[in-house]
Ligand binder design. Structure first.
Ligand SMILES: *Cc1c(COP(=O)(O)O)cnc(C)c1O
Length: 227
């Protein structure tokens, strides 16, 4: 096996000790061997994130059943059915079509599937997600209210991939404001709308300054990915 030479328990602790109690750590294990996931698991970590549905399902089938699996990658509607039976949170909902399919699969498996709407605020054109106005439009349109087997828990976003800390903080602040606006306008009476997922290895400390409630950290725990 081509393992990274890295003390995962130590790295995990280095991250968790900086997080306030109300912030959830999603350990992003995409492309990493299940043995590395087990090292983090044995150190107490239970929430893991993956970006490809086949890989996540394989790991889900093989690893302990009390792991909460979060899906963070681009999700095609025809792939929802594979993760619907067990996924704990889908971070990357970027269309009404996808939301409807998740609801449909939730019905089929008799569960409510929790999701985040993915926001696009970063400078890169390639980044996926809904612009703030697209997200507001989707919610204004109202179809989502009738979808009883999918629940919108909050929003997810990424900052621009840059060394410019001011730019990164500006993006996190845009995400925080969008989250607050949407919460007030559409989810004021929904206590379960409470998740603002932002911050990765390089920038989660900055995200903490802008009230993130969920950080998605891979490299800082597991080392570099071997693609
Ligand atoms: C891969 C990935 C992460 C983790 O990135 P690191 O830099 O390894 O911490 C977080 N969020 C998303 C959406 C990702 O695709």
């Amino acid at each position: 096996m081509d393992y990274n030479n890295i003390d995962i328990e130590h790295q995990l602790h280095e991250v968790t000790k900086t997080l306030p109690e109300n912030v959830t750590l999603v350990a992003i294990s995409k492309y990493h061997h299940p043995d590395l996931i087990m090292q983090a698991y044995n150190a107490g970590q239970r929430v893991f994130g993956e970006s490809r549905e086949q890989e996540m399902t394989r790991k889900h089938d093989e690893l302990p059943t009390d792991i909460q699996w979060h899906f963070i990658g681009h999700l095609q509607t025809n792939k929802v059915r594979y993760i619907a039976p067990y996924v704990s949170l889908i971070h990357s909902v970027d269309s009404l079509k996808l939301l409807k399919e998740i609801d449909k699969q939730g019905k089929k498996f008799e569960r409510i599937i929790h999701v985040l709407l993915e926001a696009h605020v970063a400078a890169e054109e390639t980044k996926s997600g809904l612009t703030p106005s697209e997200m507001t439009q989707l919610l204004e349109e109202g179809t989502w209210r009738a979808l009883s087997n999918v629940h919108i828990d909050g929003i997810m976003g990424m900052a621009t991939n840059t060394d410019d800390q001011q730019r990164i903080e500006k993006d996190f602040e845009s995400l925080r404001l969008l989250y607050q606006q949407i919460k007030q306008r559409f989810f004021a009476s929904d206590e379960d709308f409470k998740t603002l997922s932002m911050g990765m290895s390089a920038d989660y400390r900055l995200a903490l300054k802008h009230d993130t409630t969920m950080v998605r950290v891979g490299t800082a725990i597991f080392g570099p990915r071997q693609y």
